[in-house]
Design a protein around this ligand. Structure first.
Ligand code: BGC
Length: 742
């Protein structure tokens, strides 16, 4: 028998090839036997495989095949460690291969615009560099195992309220500097097999049919070559979406969308080449389909989940070295979350964990424990009696560890939170326990930040676990007992008040629009620039040892780059891991810059007393802003201060360098202002010379004052209405000279 090459799918009849452009069901594309194409399963993601085999749903209610629930992105963000993200990606890839899933939908790299965002647990950070580096690492790990990724949700999907209709109204600079760079990094560095478009509109146009986003930016600028997949149910106008660059509609709609595409081609409203382009991209996903492997080592993956989770939690406060708990200490443990852990978020990312560790059992293995639940997760029961029982157990205790947090019902895909507060019963409990215990530690399990106000000052230590995946309970015990040194750092600011947060007045929007009025001042960019105090800044996190950074050196490289070196020393008595954070601060250029922006980071492991030298290459993007006139990145000539921070609010050392930057010759038109004309590097001096020549003696001195008064006037009106003595031909000549110099 001779093997035959299956035909190019685009040569199939139109009705047949369009089948490839939408799902055959909830989770897979149709097989096209005539083109030798198997069905491709695409399923969630991101921190574990959610493969449903019976009934389907999209909101995580129905059971799926057991898989390891690794730490969700909120925890991975706090690790500041691309290795954590990459190892999770790789392990998810291994499980997906075993379960027979060629594309796992993740990671999510949307920016946490507001701490109320309902899906913040699925996203990494309020900072685009951190989100992008971690997302790229996840994709590298997952695709390294031969399983396609789907970076999502592209773009400006930063809330759940009205998520399928709302228009995220975002200006160009803010999109470029805050909401797009994480996607850009993942696409350009790690080449994901697919990108998932968002549900929402961006500046009035559905992301699923946004030509600028899906084609001009994603493909033409960033070179994306994979398939764009819709979020589940995100397609509004099937033909417009296809034309804009949306290749695969998920889930299938029983052929309705495909029929519209066929009609549009037949009626001459849609070029068949557009169909063929998407058919080729979707057909290429078939290359990811493989025979399921023999299975995966669930114990090894659980151990991995425990190891990685321990690198994610953030030790916020540790007065008097309350932690780690002394070996053999007698500890009172309070809080239902100690025995019923909260370890993942609700919705489409919900994984049916292979097993779940609780901190109570894990702590019992290491220390002498007395336990009282203190509250119920659903608020049922007698809160006073539960609190009193816990207070009795804590009274006079050497140390009490309170496991507080949010229940799954409090935060999930599909809705945003309305408050930062912990449930009142838990706040009462923490305060009551802290009043009677000699020392009190609070461990938090939450998908996003919660307010620490009202109880923070009453307690000695706070460990923010966020959501740590199925082995989070044992990982927390490892951190509390000091088996592992805490090395997480906040990937999002913990504010003092919701009212202080930058999107407070414009989240989640109204009447179909959410205006990103805070612009680029998101998260710590806002707090540091407005000098607004916070409870804990972005980048903050303690360890059981101490670190020192010395010998900061910054050398410029060309007109727009720099090399940064710094020495880090573990000055404490035990091994630990430190995150070196490099920020850039500048006033250079015509736009308002945040006080500082994270531009590089790395996590180093150091034995007690050990030192290491760390080097970073800052390229032009580390110094650039997005110029809306040039529609491009510009490095303004000027001074740039490179800062090493223990957090965004704590600069430990800095050096200032001068960069030649870009020579931008702006365009001049008759609508450009008089001030812009005079300040123009090419036209300005010539204009001034000609202008002064027409003026009487002494008038030159008046020039500066006059320019202030009329500076904002468009040149056209200056010449027309004020009869300024500059001949039109001369202005034409100067505009041409300006254009030629660009
Ligand atoms: C979510 C996606 C998810 C998809 C499939 C949607 O509701 O927004 O993140 O991948 O469902 O479950």
């Amino acid at each position: 028998m001779t093997a035959t090459t299956p035909p190019d799918p685009t040569s199939l009849p139109l009705e047949q090839k369009v089948l490839l452009l939408s799902g055959q069901d909830f989770w897979s594309t149709p097989a096209v036997a005539d083109a030798g194409l198997p069905s491709v399963v695409l399923t969630d993601g991101p921190h574990g495989v959610r493969r449903q085999q019976g009934e389907f749903d999209q909101i995580g209610l129905l059971e799926s095949v057991p898989a390891t629930c690794f730490p969700p992105a909120v925890a991975v963000g706090s690790s500041w460690d691309p290795e954590v993200a990459e190892r999770i990606g790789a392990a998810v890839g291994v499980e997906a291969r075993a379960i027979g899933v060629p594309v796992v939908l993740g990671p999510g790299v949307n920016i946490k615009r507001s701490p109320l965002g309902g899906r913040n647990f699925e996203y990494y950070s309020e900072d685009p560099l951190l989100a992008g580096v971690l997302g790229a690492a996840h994709v590298r790990g997952q695709q390294g195992e031969g399983v396609g990724a789907s970076v999502k949700h592209f773009a400006a999907n930063n809330q759940e309220t009205q998520r399928m209709q709302v228009s995220a109204d975002v200006d160009e600079r803010t999109l470029r500097e805050i909401y797009l760079p994480a996607f850009e990094r993942v696409v350009t560095e790690s080449r994901p097999a697919t990108v998932m478009c968002a549900y929402n509109k961006v500046n009035g146009v559905y992301a699923s049919q946004h030509h600028w986003l899906l084609t001009e930016v994603l493909r033409e600028e960033w070179g994306f070559r994979g398939a764009v997949v819709s979020d589940w149910g995100a397609v509004d106008d099937r033909v417009a979406a296809l034309e804009a660059g949306l290749d695969l509609q998920m889930p299938g709609d029983h052929g309705a969308g495909n029929a519209l595409v066929v009609d549009a081609v037949r009626a001459g409203r849609l070029d068949e080449a557009v169909v063929d382009r998407s058919v080729r991209r979707v057909a290429a996903l078939a290359g990811l389909v493989a025979e399921p492997t023999a299975g995966f080592d669930a114990d090894a993956h659980h151990a991995l989940a425990r190891e990685l989770a321990a690198g994610c939690a953030v030790l916020l406060k540790n007065d008097g070295s309350t932690l780690p708990l002394a070996a053999g200490a007698r500890v009172t443990v309070v809080g239902e979350f100690a025995r019923t852990p909260r370890f993942q978020g609700g919705g489409s990312s919900h994984v049916n964990a292979t097993r779940v560790d609780d901190a109570l059992t894990a702590l019992r293995d290491a220390v002498d424990v007395t336990f009282a639940p203190g509250f119920t997760l659903d608020g049922s029961g007698d809160a006073t009696a539960l609190r009193e029982e816990a207070v009795a157990a804590a009274r006079g205790a050497e140390v009490t560890v309170v496991f507080a947090g949010l229940a799954e019902a409090d935060e999930s895909e599909g809705f945003d939170r309305t408050t930062l507060d912990l449930p009142a019963a838990q706040v009462d409990l923490i305060r009551a326990v802290a009043a009677v215990s000699l020392r009190t530690v609070v461990v938090l399990s939450t998908g996003s930040v919660v307010s620490l106000e009202g109880w923070h000052d009453d307690v000695d230590a706070v460990l923010a676990g966020f959501l740590l995946g199925q082995a989070g309970g044992s990982a927390l015990a490892d951190l509390l007992t000091g088996a592992v040194d805490p090395s997480g750092r906040l990937a999002e600011t913990i504010p003092l008040r919701l009212q202080d947060t930058p999107a407070y007045l414009a989240f989640p929007g109204e009447q179909g629009h959410v205006r990103y009025g805070e612009g680029v001042m998101v998260g710590y960019r806002h707090f540091t620039t407005a000098e607004q105090p916070v409870r804990y800044p972005f980048g903050h996190g303690l360890s059981y040892t101490t670190f020192q950074t010395t010998d900061l050196q910054v050398r410029t490289r060309g007109a727009d780059g720099a090399t940064v070196t710094v020495t880090v020393t573990n000055t404490g008595e035990r091994a630990g891991r430190h995150v070196v954070q490099v920020y850039v601060a500048t006033d250079a250029g015509p736009v308002r810059r945040p006080a500082r922006e994270l531009r590089a980071f790395t996590k180093v492991s150091l034995a007690a007393g050990e030192s290491t030298s760390v080097a970073f290459e800052l390229d032009r993007r580390a110094f650039a802003y997005w110029d809306v006139r040039e529609h491009d990145w510009v490095v303004a000539p000027g001074e740039y201060t490179v800062q090493v921070g223990a957090s965004a609010a704590d600069v430990v050392d800095q050096r200032t360098v001068t960069l030649a930057g870009d020579e931008v010759v702006p365009e001049l038109t008759m609508q450009s202002s008089v001030a812009e004309w005079f300040a123009h590097p090419v036209a300005g001096p010539q204009l001034l010379e000609g202008f002064l020549a027409t003026m009487p003696e002494g008038a030159a001195e008046m020039h500066a004052g006059m320019l202030q008064m009329i500076g904002s006037m468009p040149m056209r009106r200056f010449t027309a209405d004020f009869g300024a003595a500059v001949p039109a031909a001369e202005l034409e000549r100067l505009m041409a000279a300006a254009r030629a110099a660009r």
